[in-house]
Design a binder for this molecule. Structure first.
Ligand code: NAG
Length: 334
């Protein structure tokens, strides 16, 4: 059986349970991007606010957000019924095929994410050009959550004048004001590098914080869906986030934003999150919050002690977070 069919078969058997999959052609080059929604949310309802979740550097959204279907570790089925969650996989992850370059880069992820946000907005009947949407954000526009390296992609999307975005959640962002990625188009890994069991457990860094059954379910799901490492390239494109002198993104972004991180997250220290909080500017006076979850590492949404707190913080922000005017003149201060 071919390498592309195997994960597809396993994923549909074990991991994609209860999901509907959609293929959305990227506005960049028509590459087919796989998007997942809950079968129970089809067709979309007017009373639900859509939400798109982005995965990180190594594992597909399937294992990260849809672990153990219909249990509390299955994040997307345990969100409130007012929310219509979607997940996407970047090129070469999960059920999104690699493109002809067999690599994935931040700029391609940004374009693919913007494609999917537009597709979701249209599916939910949101129109960013109505007078209503110009004055306050239309709840039928999708909000966006990015985890880890996916939070950098989400931040780039938000700062690139994306009109199809409601609210933004940067979860365990690996933003680091003082880190400069070397300029290089050489992929991080050679072709066909296998992911390993130990790498699938790397995010669980606090002894006893994760149930052994959750850790092992994650490992099995992750290695089934992503047996081979996707090949990141051009990570220096992250150097263009403000306040870098190389910045190509606007610092006047007024999207309401929540930063959420674990107090013991080795990739996202409280110090880097405070700097990110400052670097996100004053949002035109709009909503900007930082939540630190005590006793949690990078995978707050999967740990017994932090999972419910994570959901309360994120749900509260998505439901009640203040919208701010799209037209306000934001000023940028550190
Ligand atoms: C941020 O980058 C600096 C410089 O490379 C590094 O010393 C520091 O450990 C990084 N912080 C985190 C939380 O990764």
């Amino acid at each position: 059986m071919s390498q592309t069919l195997l994960p597809l078969l396993f994923a549909s058997l074990f991991v994609a349970e209860g999901l509907e999959t959609h293929t959305v052609p990227s506005l960049l080059d028509s590459h087919p991007i796989t998007v997942y929604s809950l079968s129970s949310n089809s067709p979309p309802s007017d009373s639900q606010s859509p939400l798109l979740l982005l995965h990180g550097r190594t594992w597909s959204s399937l294992s990260v957000y849809h672990l153990n279907p219909n249990t509390p570790t299955d994040l997307i089925t345990s969100l409130p019924s007012t929310c219509a969650p979607y997940m996407m996989d970047f090129r070469g992850f999960g059920l999104t095929p690699s493109d002809s370059s067999d690599t994935v880069s931040p700029s391609k992820c940004v374009e693919d994410c913007k494609t999917v946000l537009k597709w979701i907005a249209e599916r939910h009947g949101a129109n960013p050009n109505t007078a209503e949407a110009a004055n306050y954000r239309d709840q039928r526009l999708p909000s966006l959550i990015g985890w880890s390296q996916g939070a950098l992609i989400a931040q780039m999307v938000s700062q690139s004048n994306c009109e199809y975005l409601n609210k933004l959640v940067l979860f365990g962002s690996i933003y680091n004001r003082t880190l400069t990625y070397p300029t290089s188009s050489t992929p991080l890994h050679p072709p066909n590098t296998l992911n390993t069991k130990s790498s699938s457990l790397e995010d669980f860094t606090i002894e006893g914080s994760v149930l052994p059954s959750t850790a092992s379910a994650f490992s099995v799901a992750a290695l089934t869906v992503d047996p081979i490492k996707s090949r990141w390239t051009n990570l220096h494109e992250f150097n263009t986030l403000p306040p870098s002198p190389l910045s190509t993104y606007r610092i006047t972004d007024t999207t309401p934003v929540l930063l959420i991180t674990g107090s013991h997250d080795p990739y996202s220290s409280p110090q880097t999150q405070i700097e990110l909080f400052q670097d996100l500017g004053d949002r035109g006076g709009g909503d900007k919050s930082l939540v630190v979850i005590a006793g949690s590492d990078h995978a707050s949404h999967l740990l017994e002690g932090s999972r419910e707190r994570w959901k309360k913080a994120v749900n509260g922000f998505l439901e009640f977070g203040e919208s701010c005017s799209l037209n306000s003149g934001d000023t940028y201060t550190i």
